[in-house]
Design a protein around this ligand. Structure first.
Ligand SMILES: Nc1ncnc2c1ncn2[C@@H]1O[C@H](COP(=O)(O)OP(=O)(O)OP(=O)(O)O)[C@@H](O)[C@H]1O
Length: 260
């Protein structure tokens, strides 16, 4: 796994919002085929990294490469083509409440392909089955539990067979059992569909169990880049504060205008 080529590479990347540096000098690689967890305290810049990967936020310095393409891309057309190759599961599920589960999952296929209806239906049912909801196509979003809705959103993110899946806080609002189901799906889908996965999360312990590789962002920097085992065993005071959930330590929680 560690010798697999990089699906995503950051080289000394600075990300700003206005003049404010959110993440500075970030260098790391996401290996093809791996599940990479991006961890860090609230407001550290994890979602900002995701926006940089999807090309929604251009770096103010450094180089980003995604699936062999250096960002920013030359045209909107190229950017849309790249985005089609990235499945994104956002914090809210973003299901359309007036469409059935089937139609929600079918939406990207209807927008981006001209597949005949029977092929489209087969693909939708296949993806719903992959998340354990093969017989739920007729339900409306209001009839779903939180965990089921998250799985429908996942099926929709997967329906165009993206080589890369990006998950932003996929466990928010779910009970421990539903969290376990989602994390198991992340791992199994990654392996069975031959994908590369990036999981941004606050759920440190649970996610370390399924991750191959971990990046920790804190104090506007990448402060750890390594294996889950090395993170768990670390004696670094900043990482220990984060892992053990201690309120006092090297990680600052104050918002300061113009700095981090
Ligand atoms: N569009 C924006 N304009 C200005 N500042 C922003 C914008 N989006 C995020 N920020 C700031 O960037 C910082 C990092 O935010 P980000 O959402 O990346 O953190 P995070 O680590 O994902 O946090 P959380 O875990 O709470 O979701 C925050 O201080 C936030 O206020």
């Amino acid at each position: 796994m560690t010798n697999a080529p990089a699906a995503i590479a950051f080289d000394r990347v600075d990300l700003r919002r206005g003049s404010r540096l959110i993440v500075g000098g970030a260098s790391f690689e996401v290996r093809q085929g791996a599940v990479t967890a991006v961890l860090g305290p609230s407001g550290a810049g994890k979602s900002t990294l995701l926006y940089a990967i999807t090309g929604e936020l251009d770096p103010s310095a450094g180089r980003i490469e995604v699936l062999g393409k250096p960002l920013p891309l030359a045209s909107q057309r190229e950017l849309f083509a790249l985005r089609r190759r990235m499945g994104v599961l956002l914090q809210g599920n973003g299901l359309l409440t007036d469409l059935s589960v089937f139609e929600n999952v079918a939406l990207p296929l209807r927008m981006h392909t001209d597949l005949p209806e029977e092929v489209l239906a087969e693909l939708v049912v296949m993806k719903l089955s992959a998340v354990g909801l093969g017989e739920a196509g007729h339900l409306m979003p209001q009839q779903l539990s939180g965990g089921m809705a998250r799985r429908v959103a996942l099926a929709r993110a997967l329906v165009l067979d993206p080589p890369v899946m990006l998950y932003d806080e996929p466990l928010t609002g779910l009970d421990p059992i539903a969290c376990g189901v989602i994390l198991e799906l992340v791992r199994n889908l990654n392996d069975n569909l031959g994908m590369t996965s990036v999981v941004i999360t606050h759920h440190v312990r649970e996610t370390l169990d399924i991750a191959d590789h971990v990046i920790v962002v804190a104090n506007a920097k990448v402060v750890f880049d390594g294996s889950p085992e090395d993170l768990t065993d670390t004696s670094d005071p900043l990482l220990r504060q984060f892992l053990d959930g201690q309120p006092d330590g090297p990680i600052g929680f104050d918002y300061r205008k113009g700095q981090r």
